[in-house]
Design a protein around this ligand. Structure first.
Ligand SMILES: Cc1cc2nc3c(=O)[nH]c(=O)nc-3n(C[C@H](O)[C@H](O)[C@H](O)COP(=O)(O)OP(=O)(O)OC[C@H]3O[C@@H](n4cnc5c(N)ncnc54)[C@H](O)[C@@H]3O)c2cc1C
Length: 391
């Protein structure tokens, strides 16, 4: 029904996209929806769902076929993100694995690293994470304290990470560490650390206000020996890599928001069309119609901008500023839309069994993670005052 007011989206118009969309919707309906409550209770999804996603070819879709991917462009990953978000599914951290970790490996990994990790990641047998944030710093990434000391053929890693998506289930994590501490070569480096390494411990999944099926947790490193060949990119260039790759991460969060807003609007249209008050459907009140008209307008404007960003990312042309605008604006829009939609559910909107309640709680973090929206504004402003910052 929402399709009547939304423009057709050219980026998803091909036959391949339509077939993929149907397959994703079947996957969600038949293999995900009924498991959500159990996953939420456990604080994590099952490993089986990762294997199923791998078998269906839904992981690492835009990785080259030689590394186990499907060689598709990023618009297919974007479609998967939006379809999951429409149903409010935030438990499996597929996107972080496929859209963030895999591209780091493809772009900065050695041939041996790509061959070792990418194919097994595409099957879902290996689940991955990326660990930057520490208990004492998130926005200020240069302040991390996790240290890697050069011991000849390996690094010795000590430190702690927090709020790590896929943290509990992960088999391998890209970990941001400080190298050459106290020397003029001090800098941030990225290491690929397998969770089977001695001294690598995981905390239990956090008890969060939303995304309850997502295994977000702490990671601890106590004298973990990491072979030198697990350095991703060069020593000391980790900060630059993270800043470059965060544009892609921010776009994925924005895409989740437009999928989430669409799902919330669709569910609210359905609910208000059947729920009655004062002998008429709630949808007949002008307030309901106006709220949903405003939401649909905001959604469509953001879809148009994000389609453009998706295209730019596929061509490696998405700038930090545009990715920041997309993340900041789409997540604020999503929050507003879900809040207004929940209101139209009345008391039922506050009940966890109603997907709109989960959407409301899950959505809150989008304004915080992948760089807070305040940091997005810092980055946008830096672009505006380019000359000033250069001086
Ligand atoms: C569910 C969840 C999943 C996450 N997943 C991951 C993950 O997989 N990997 C990972 O590494 N991290 C992850 N994070 C961490 C997330 O990226 C950080 O929480 C986020 O970057 C903010 O850092 P912080 O929590 O340390 O907040 P702080 O940096 O302490 O910020 C606190 C407040 O100060 C504001 N602030 C800070 N600096 C400025 C400034 N310069 N100007 C104006 N305001 C400022 C912030 O905007 C915020 O409002 C996750 C977090 C959550 C909650």
């Amino acid at each position: 029904m929402l399709q009547n007011v939304l423009l057709a989206r050219e980026i998803y118009a091909s036959e391949e996209h339509k077939m993929m969309q149907e397959m994703i919707q079947d996957f969600i309906k038949n293999e995900i929806i009924d498991n959500i409550a159990a996953w939420e209770k456990k604080g994590m999804v099952s490993r089986e769902i990762w294997l199923r996603a791998g078998t269906l070819g839904l992981l690492c879709m835009d990785m080259p076929e030689q590394y186990g991917g499907s060689g598709l462009d990023f618009s297919f990953n974007a479609l998967f993100i939006e379809e999951l978000a429409k149903e409010g599914i935030n438990g499996p951290g597929f996107s972080l694995h496929s859209d963030i970790v895999a591209p780091y490996l493809l772009k900065y990994g050695t041939e041996a690293q790509k061959e070792k990790y990418l194919p097994i990641m595409a099957t879902g047998k290996m689940i991955t994470a990326i660990a930057m944030t520490e208990p004492s710093c998130g926005s200020d990434l240069k302040a991390i304290q996790t240290k890697a000391v050069d011991k000849g053929d390996h690094y010795l890693v000590n430190g702690q990470k927090t709020f790590i998506t896929n943290g509990y289930l992960c088999d391998m994590s890209i970990v941001a560490v400080k190298t050459n501490v106290g020397t003029e070569k001090e800098g941030i480096s990225l290491l690929l650390i397998e969770s089977s390494s001695n001294g690598f411990e995981k905390g239990p999944p956090f008890n969060k206000i939303g995304m309850k099926a997502q295994d977000t947790c702490e990671l601890f490193f106590d004298n973990v020996k990491v072979p030198k060949e697990n350095l991703l990119g060069e020593e000391g260039v980790g900060f630059g890599i993270m800043m470059t790759e965060l544009a892609r991460e921010r776009l994925t969060v924005a895409l989740n928001s437009i999928g989430g807003a669409q799902g919330a609007i669709e569910k609210t249209i359905a609910y208000t069309s059947t729920r009655t008050a004062f002998k008429q459907p709630i949808a007949k009140f002008q307030n309901t119609q106006f709220k949903l008209a405003e939401a649909a307008s905001q959604l469509q404007l953001h879809q148009a901008f994000l389609d453009r960003c998706t295209l730019l990312l596929s061509k490696h042309l998405l700038t930090t500023e545009s990715a920041s605008i997309a993340k900041y604006s789409a997540t604020e829009m999503h929050s507003n839309v879900v809040d207004e939609c929940l209101q139209l559910f009345g008391g039922y909107g506050y009940m966890w069994d109603f997907p709109i309640a989960r959407m409301y709680a899950d959505n809150r973090v989008a304004r915080i993670y992948a760089g807070t929206n305040e940091i997005m504004k810092v980055l946008i402003a830096r672009g505006l005052f380019n000359q000033l910052f250069r001086k």
